[in-house]
Ligand binder design. Structure first.
Ligand code: ZN
Length: 481
């Protein structure tokens, strides 16, 4: 970079940061926004009585038959009652025939970045936050955990969602990431974001270099009211700096003292061992294998893991020129978003600095992923379902269904996956839970699927109705699988 460019960049950076502008907003303003109508809408409506339906009990992982589920958003957002078929009077509610169908709690995506407008860096189309939220809801995701974005902007978005000004899942969020100088995601951010936005990336994170600055970062995050901190322990690219044991230890201790939960991004076995006392590991170990002794330690400390295995699979497939869209991808997203990813077009990822090398390296590691997933499940690690969307090839909404399929292909039982998609995620943020199970008194965020997904896994993709806080979401049928 020339000295002149560097100076202009520095001036721009200072100016934009002073104006309270984050890298997320600036990037969104650069590319053409995706100009497609929303899939989801909502109309005024009476209550709902779903009769003679099977219900997935997300606490036990079992399905119970011949039940009625009743809720009415005019009374409140919670489920009013669940009882044996015929035991609940219609009370003026719209009656839905539940025969041959199953009610599940709405899905929780335990790892997203709602404000991130990242399409594929080699494609000019960049989705907006509203686009992401609409796609998530259309796919049956009624709650998202944002694991890294500016608290003020995410808070404003959450207020719009709860007031109904914007339609989308409930948004739980913390603040931006804690990392160390030149560590992930700074090199990748500089590579993916056009100059000078990459330089801005560091200003939208907590970059700490000793215990004192780590302590300060945690205090500032706690002051935003965030439920968790998110730290990065990974070498991406390989050989780049990674957070030390001393700094991570300080972050974890101070986070616990502040009454928050700790989320840590890990890359390999060493990272997972360092972060074994975190409450949540935001990815599975994707570089190399994970030893059973470490998995035992993760399970013993009740550290949850969000594998995001599809995100790694997707990057590997892009680099190999073999990425292909799923049925859900094609239903929810326009060609302009999919075409740059499919087949040889997606191999353009190889030319993206940092990300390209990362994606190509994954083919040396992907042979371990199924075993890592299986061992974690067998040894009692709680796996949550999350996607890290949006990333190149990891599109909002559809990627969640792809993640369920990818976990199922590693022989994780569907009942276990669905518990990780609902109850276990809710339990991570609060006990007793207020969502994540089909029970009276809990929020009526519900899905009605055709068939029984425990017996027939494909049923999980056949979502006939989505209810958010007791209201049925109208979804454009031409944009559904
Ligand atoms: Zn992430």
């Amino acid at each position: 970079m020339s000295a002149k460019k560097r100076i202009i960049g520095a001036v721009l950076t200072v100016g934009l940061v002073a104006a309270g502008v984050t890298v997320f907003q600036v990037r969104a303003a650069l590319g053409p926004a995706l100009d497609v109508p929303a899939i989801c809408s909502v109309k005024p409506q009476a209550g709902w009585l779903i009769q003679n339906v099977s219900v997935f009990d997300s606490r036990s992982g079992r399905v119970y038959e011949h039940l009625d589920v009743y809720f009415d958003a005019q009374v409140g957002p919670e489920i009013i009652s669940v009882g044996p078929t015929g035991s609940l009077p219609p009370n003026g509610a719209t009656v839905v025939d539940g025969r041959g169908r199953t009610v599940l709690p709405g899905f929780v995506n335990a790892h997203v970045h709602a404000l991130l407008p990242v399409g594929a860096p080699w494609s000019p189309v960049f989705p907006s936050a509203a686009y992401n939220l609409d796609a998530w809801l259309a796919a049956g995701i009624t709650t998202v955990f944002d694991l890294g974005g500016p608290s003020a902007n995410l808070g404003a978005l959450a207020v719009q969602l709860e007031s109904g000004a914007l339609l989308g899942p409930h948004l739980l969020h913390g603040d931006t990431l804690i990392t160390v100088p030149d560590s992930h995601p700074l090199p990748a951010g500089r590579a993916v974001l056009p100059w000078p936005l990459g330089m801005l990336a560091a200003n939208s994170m907590y970059v700490v270099d000793d215990k004192a600055s780590a302590r300060d970062a945690v205090a500032r995050i706690a002051a935003t009211g965030a439920p968790w901190t998110k730290s990065i322990v990974d070498e991406l690219p390989t050989g780049s700096p990674s957070m030390s044991r001393a700094i991570l230890g300080e972050v974890l201790t101070r986070t616990r003292e502040a009454g928050m939960r700790s989320v840590v991004h890990v890359g390999d076995e060493e990272d997972a061992k360092l972060a074994v006392e975190a409450d949540l590991q935001a990815h599975m170990v994707y570089r190399g294998a994970l030893r059973e002794s470490t998995i035992h330690a993760i399970a013993a400390l009740d550290t949850r893991v969000v594998p995001t295995v599809y995100a790694f699979q997707s990057s590997e497939n892009l680099a190999a020129g073999t990425w292909s869209s799923s049925e859900w991808d094609r239903a929810l997203h326009p060609r302009s978003l999919l075409a740059p990813l499919e087949g040889e077009a997606g191999a353009a990822i190889r030319d993206v600095p940092v990300i390209g090398a990362f994606a190509q390296e994954l083919q040396n590691h992907s042979m371990h992923w199924d075993r890592t997933l299986q061992s974690m499940n067998e040894l009692g690690v709680t796996l949550l379902v999350g996607t890290d969307a949006p990333l190149p090839g990891v599109l909002p909404g559809s990627a969640y269904h792809n993640e369920i399929d990818r976990m199922a292909s590693a022989y994780i039982p569907m009942a276990t996956i669905l518990q990780g998609a609902t109850f276990e995620a809710a339990k991570f943020v609060e006990e007793p839970i207020t969502f994540g199970a089909v029970e009276s008194g809990l929020r009526a965020d519900l899905l009605l699927v055709r068939g029984n997904p425990i017996v027939e896994p494909q049923a999980v993709h056949r979502i006939e109705a989505v209810f958010l806080s007791g209201r049925r979401i109208e979804r454009d049928p031409s944009r559904l699988p």
